[in-house]
Design a binder for this molecule. Structure first.
Ligand code: SAH
Length: 347
């Protein structure tokens, strides 16, 4: 049996030809999967029953399976999925006024082992396939459809769930093309968050549709960054910043820098001044994320006045800098808290 979501558009066209079906059947199939979110061939009511039956002998529409859905007091929701090989991943939706942002996972676990991030504790299990990345959008879209006329729709996508998207480059990029061409979701409403895998960053503008870029910076000097994020030894801060200075941006486009604030580690006034220095020449926006704690972690978030002072220094240097209020902390759905808790119970 073949999962139809594993094929791209031209492969589907080929299958339709092989099955001796007219090409419009292929278009219908893609419509039903990516626009109407059909979860089985039998739902394709535009097809005669006999065709549905026949097609189902060889093909099926695969679905990641919902295991658990948790709603936070602030409206954030976390979805736990089971994959066909029983691995587990999580996605989160974050409502904010008119926006509804879907936070997507790109790997099962993560190989990067950033010290402050809970996902790193699982270690790396495997890359997600293209269809497993895209299916998080499809399944959530289906689940949040309300029965009344007012429809809830995802307005933004961020690759900020489990895993490092640029370490799953081909599947990540192919997923972006499917979002753009099949789901018809604007790439400008998609954000990649990455620690900065330098060679992949250099390749991205030629290979992918034009998405927004967010860099998890988290430190202002090589030593501290290497301590917090071991990947910095392979792709050091200075090399990353150089790559970003040369990164092709559209007019008015900016790179977002995410900065997890850790008390006594990266939150001093000196750090704020150094940050303003090292970002010179890069059109940037800074998101300060006060550390979200998890059981057994060695870090604390800085006190409010320290965070505000950090922000003030950067603002005085002309940067747009926001303090990101963490959402969904009560259900471990915030940044760095995803680990499919009940399954990979490691703490
Ligand atoms: N691997 C990618 C995608 C994950 S995004 C990346 O690192 O960018 C997850 C974001 O949450 C990153 O910006 C990371 O720095 C941040 N983060 C991780 N653990 C956190 C924690 N405990 N508190 C706050 N932010 C955290």
């Amino acid at each position: 049996m073949f999962n139809l979501k594993k094929f791209n558009q031209s492969e589907i066209e080929k299958i339709i030809k092989e099955e001796k079906l007219p090409s419009y059947r292929g278009k219908q199939l893609m419509q039903w999967i990516y626009k109407k979110f059909a979860t089985s061939i039998d739902e394709i009511t535009e097809w005669p029953k006999s065709l549905r039956l026949n097609f189902s002998q060889k093909y099926y529409i695969g679905n990641i399976k919902l295991i658990e859905r948790k709603i936070s007091s602030d409206g954030t929701e976390k979805f736990l999925w089971e994959l066909e090989d029983n691995e587990k991943i999580e996605s989160v939706i974050i409502p904010d006024k008119e926006r509804l942002t879907l936070c997507i996972s790109s790997q099962v676990g993560c190989p990067l082992k950033c010290k402050f991030c809970l996902t790193g504790k699982i270690g790396f299990r495997r890359n997600l396939n293209t269809w497993e990345i895209v299916d998080q959008f499809i399944q959530v879209s289906k689940l949040i459809k309300t029965k009344d006329s007012e429809e809830r729709k995802i307005t933004n996508i961020v690759f900020m769930g489990m895993g490092e998207p640029l370490l799953n480059f081909d599947n990540f990029v192919e997923a972006l093309w499917r979002f753009k061409n099949l789901i018809e979701f604007s790439p400008r409403r998609i954000t990649l968050s990455t620690v900065g895998i330098v060679p992949a960053l250099k390749e991205l503008p030629q290979k992918a549709p034009p998405i927004k870029l967010a860099i998890s910076l988290n430190a202002t000097d090589e030593k501290t960054r290497s301590l917090l994020m071991p990947i910095n030894k392979k792709y050091p801060l200075h090399e990353l910043l150089k790559t970003l200075r040369e990164y092709p941006l559209k007019p008015r486009q900016r790179i977002t820098f995410e900065y997890v604030m850790l008390k006594g580690i990266n939150s001093s006034e000196e750090d704020a001044f150094r940050l303003s220095q090292i970002l010179k020449g890069i059109p940037s926006k800074i998101n300060l994320i006060p550390f979200n704690p998890w059981e057994g972690c060695e870090f604390r978030k800085p006190d409010e006045p320290e965070i505000l002072k950090f922000q003030e220094i950067l603002a005085s240097k002309g940067y747009s800098v926001f303090i990101r209020k963490s959402k969904g902390t009560d259900i471990l759905a915030a940044c760095g808290q995803l680990k499919a808790l009940y399954i990979y119970n490691l703490s």
